[in-house]
Design a protein around this ligand. Structure first.
Ligand SMILES: [Fe+2]
Length: 215
């Protein structure tokens, strides 16, 4: 029978957030707006997804270990948890291309904040639950660009009331989410060869209007 995500080894990581991260998460959440949107799955236009895969293929030799992400660890000794490559011009084009769907989802005029990626999570890596940067990562998406997994490696995300959800993502799918406010992560060890993610972040143009929505 297939092992469930409630396996003790996997759930242990979920609840073992380091103390610094617990504190940081609580403090950031207190100062983050909530726009009443929560999270929702979406799907990339096929040509946009194809552009991402092509960019990875063309730049595969440029991926390097990413060391400065304290939220990412690994249960596999000797395996680099995550590889990273950033093509700034390409990322800017992705952020612009995805702005309309984020505008539609949020119902707000948005400004571009950041686009990270590509990030290749390798076998054994996991991402502690956390929230994103308070001022800039208000309306976000986590994009599943590609993966080769032996078991699902779902996004964990809590709604505004703290109810937990797991969202499986296939290549070409993404999840809109309010990253500064909703706790999220991938707090279980990746069982497979890799998962390639990309992340886009926007903020409302009219800060006053979104602050009025704070809860
Ligand atoms: Fe995040």
């Amino acid at each position: 029978m297939e092992k469930q995500m409630t396996d003790s080894k996997l759930t242990r990581n979920l609840f073992d957030m380091p103390e610094w991260l617990k504190q940081q998460t609580l403090e950031q959440q207190e100062n983050a707006p909530y726009c009443g949107l929560g999270f929702k799955k979406g799907r990339l236009e096929p040509d946009l997804h194809a552009r991402m895969l092509k960019n990875i293929e063309e730049n595969v030799s440029l991926f390097r270990p990413e060391h400065n992400v304290r939220e990412i660890e690994s249960v596999e000794p000797g395996v680099i948890p995550v590889l990273f490559h950033e093509d700034r011009e390409f990322n800017q084009s992705i952020m612009e291309a995805l702005k309309p769907v984020h505008t539609t989802w949020s119902g707000m005029r948005l400004e571009e904040s950041a686009c990270y990626g590509f990030r290749i999570y390798q076998r054994g890596s996991y991402l502690y639950n956390h929230v994103d940067r308070t001022q800039t990562h208000i309306i976000s998406s986590t994009i599943c660009v590609d993966h080769r997994l032996e078991k699902p490696w779902p996004l964990y995300i809590e709604d505004i009331d703290g109810n937990p959800y797991q969202v499986d993502m296939e290549p070409g799918e993404f999840v809109f989410y309010e990253g500064a406010r909703l706790i999220h992560g991938r707090p279980w060890a990746l069982d497979g060869d890799y998962y390639i993610g990309m992340f886009v972040h926007y903020r409302p143009q009219d800060i006053a209007s979104h602050q009025a929505l704070q809860r």
